[in-house]
Design a binder for this molecule. Structure first.
Ligand code: MD3
Ligand code: FE
Length: 222
């Protein structure tokens, strides 16, 4: 009778697939559809109270093609003078909402780090041309902690390179429910999102992709 059991938490892949990059672990379908759907509902409720905003590039002021929001004691923000972590949003100076419990659980399962995440950066790929250029995540002091990403909604084509912008790169697809751990020697690799495949998931009403990245920002006290 196992065929009538919803394919969910019971049958998830808790072993990563080999990405060929040490420290970069991809867990396809790590989060089941039921938990994904409840997380999306929780995100929508949070966004009703604090709407995602379209950041602008430092200095040039060019708007990003994605929307952003944060959860947790520190949020990652893009300001005219550069990138920063801030305890409050730049719109009305209100603190960010708490990191959803399902994401704290994801960190506990995968991070192998002795302290909780301080930031959950939310990237919303809301239009078909939304993308994220090649960059490194280097605004954190705790570079010994991994960055953990969870993808929801439409599949994207994600690119991982080396430690210099021109190094050769590989691309992977990230589908809804996939978790990615970027740690160890891969923590500072260049990476980006080339494109989102519109219509590839029905999880998010109206379509699109939501990426949640969990980060430890400060070094934990000994
Ligand atoms: C590989 N987000 O928020 S998450 C970001 O899908 C970011 O929205 C992308 O890059 C997104 O900074 C990709 C996966 C990711 C995050 C950090 C990495 C992959 C990484 C650091 C090193 C190598
Ligand atoms: Fe990144």
């Amino acid at each position: 009778m196992t065929h009538i059991v919803p394919k969910d938490e019971s049958s998830l892949r808790k072993k990563p697939v080999d990405t060929g990059f040490e420290g970069l672990s991809l867990y396809p379908g790590f989060m089941g559809k039921v938990v994904q759907a409840s997380l999306v509902a929780e995100l929508m409720a949070a966004f009703a109270a604090m709407p995602p905003y379209r950041p602008r590039m430092p200095r040039t002021g060019r708007p990003w093609s994605i929307l952003q929001m944060n959860f947790g004691p520190l949020g990652w923000v893009s300001r005219p003078e550069g990138y920063a972590y801030s305890p409050v949003n730049d719109v009305d100076k209100a603190p960010w909402p708490a990191i959803p419990a399902a994401l704290l659980a994801l960190w506990d399962e995968l991070a192998a780090y002795p302290a909780p995440p301080e930031c959950c950066l939310v990237n919303l790929y809301d239009v078909p041309k939304s993308r994220m250029g090649l960059h490194r995540d280097e605004d954190e002091q705790a570079l010994d902690a991994p960055v953990i990403s969870l993808s929801l909604g439409d599949t994207c084509v994600f690119r991982v390179g080396g430690f210099a912008r021109g190094d050769k790169s590989k691309s992977f697809r990230l589908a809804s429910g996939d978790a990615l751990v970027m740690g160890g020697p891969s923590r500072l690799r260049f990476h980006g999102v080339d494109r989102v495949i519109s219509g590839s998931s029905r999880l998010i009403p109206g379509g699109g992709r939501i990426n949640l990245t969990l980060r430890r920002v400060t070094k934990p006290a000994q």
